[in-house]
Design a protein around this ligand. Structure first.
Ligand code: SF4
Length: 428
């Protein structure tokens, strides 16, 4: 199970030019002119926020040197290289950075140029995730994105040049599939353009409609027509076929990489190892339990004030939940994230680590076999010795049904435990 304390950190940079129509992240829209430079719109907001994040980092319990760091958002490329460097310096002071640490930064096309990229690399960044989404201007407009296909092509060129000269260890391009009106022919063209950039890692996500977003409101009004599930599944099949033919390996439902280019930081989330999280809206799981920070700047500032108590050497330190220091993420989360990976999970070992006795483990495995029998029978879910995994591609394409059954199984089991112990149900 997870080794603690963590060796990974996520930093949330919430600033964006504008909110995209599908986005429900913890975001602070600054307007289209924001650039993060002194005097630019948003500069004061960014500087004030970064002070809070640095304070949170300084107040963290200490831990071993970090082997992965991820600056996500939001649009972290609204920070100057100097600001990124300051955040990395804060992490270095508190934890240290391992010599071969993977330091990832999310960048959005049209929010940086080649000079700024060079600055980020000089500050210590060595991996980039580029939020391209599409090369098709009509799709980008429909999604509410600010950049255009030409911006994406230009940014991809800078990144690939940096990789080829050894300044970047890897970079990833994000794409969105199953957008309204997407055809197989059009999507094939998008995939081929993405492959042609040379990106050694591609993340391909289905468009999902989150409550409270502009897209959710349009859907309610009947103004948004999404692809039927079958069409979405065809798009996913096409993605897999095209990227596999281009030499990519699918190491998770949405992630494809050339050998040696899988994201080490993503693997931390999916493996169940813990990680630090800093910034508004960031989720951390340093001691095995997820801890979500408030999603607005004011609430985050108040939370920092409330939660940081005086620690050693004058530094403030959140209380360390000693009872959880050797625990891992909850079993249901480990199952959910593990089954999204191509290699699946070693289920008996997970149950053992979650505290099941041998007899309970056997009963749980038998119950799960019964519950998931339709998927097992059809070969969508595979039990290979102790390893359970979704077949690729058919099982991964239908993963939601399996994952829902697993969650139901876990909820029912937890309810039965509560009944037998006489405990009250959890709050709604
Ligand atoms: S750029 Fe990314 S984080 Fe910002 S609003 Fe758009 S989808 Fe959300």
């Amino acid at each position: 199970m997870a080794a603690f304390p963590p060796r990974s950190a996520y930093l949330h940079i919430p600033f964006c030019h504008r909110r995209c129509f599908y986005c429900d992240f913890a975001v602070v829209p600054l307007g289209d002119r924001a650039a993060g430079e002194a005097g630019a719109p948003g500069a004061a907001s960014i500087a004030a926020y970064l002070e809070l994040v640095e304070r949170e980092i300084a107040a963290s319990p200490a831990g071993p040197p970090l082997s992965t760091v991820y600056l996500g958002g939001g649009t972290p490329s609204l920070l100057t290289p100097a600001q990124v460097g300051r955040l990395l310096a804060a992490l270095r002071r508190r934890f240290g950075l391992a010599p071969a640490a993977e330091i990832s930064l999310e960048l959005d096309p049209a929010s940086f140029d080649e000079g700024r990229l060079a600055g980020y690399l000089a500050s210590g960044v060595n991996r980039v995730s580029l939020g391209g989404q599409s090369f098709d201007d009509a799709v980008l407009v429909a999604l509410g994105r600010r950049h255009r296909g030409a911006d994406l092509a230009e940014a991809a060129g800078w990144l690939e040049r940096a990789r080829r000269r050894g300044a970047l260890i890897s970079w990833s391009l994000d794409l969105i599939q199953a957008v309204p009106g997407q055809t197989l022919a059009g999507w094939r063209q998008q995939l081929r353009r993405a492959v042609a950039t040379g990106a050694p890692h591609l993340s391909v996500y289905d468009l999902t409609i989150e409550p409270g977003t502009a897209f959710a409101r349009r859907l309610e009004r009947g103004e948004l027509e999404l692809p039927e599930p079958e069409a979405a599944s065809d798009l996913m099949d096409l993605t897999r076929a095209e990227l596999t033919a281009a030499g990519f390996g699918r190491y998770e439902i949405s992630n494809y990489a050339f050998p040696g280019h899988a994201s080490r930081h993503n693997r931390v989330y999916w493996s169940g190892a813990g990680w630090w999280g800093f910034g508004m809206g960031a989720t951390a799981a340093p001691w095995g339990e997820r801890q979500a920070r408030p999603r607005t700047r004011a609430a985050y500032a108040a939370w920092l004030g409330d939660n940081l108590s005086e620690g050693r050497d004058g530094a403030s330190a959140p209380a360390t939940p000693a009872a959880h220091q050797t625990a891992g993420l909850p079993l249901d989360e480990l199952l959910l994230v593990g089954l999204r990976r191509r290699e699946g999970v070693r289920l008996p070992a997970l149950l053992t680590a979650a505290g099941f006795t041998p007899a309970e483990r056997q009963r749980a495995l038998a119950g799960l076999r019964r519950r998931l029998e339709p998927w097992l029978t059809e070969g969508l879910l595979l039990e290979e010795g102790s390893r359970w995994r979704l077949a690729d591609p058919a099982g991964l394409a239908l993963s939601n049904g399996v994952l829902r059954e697993l969650l139901d199984w876990w909820d029912e089991r937890a309810a039965a435990d509560r009944r037998s112990s006489g405990a009250a149900p959890p709050p709604p």
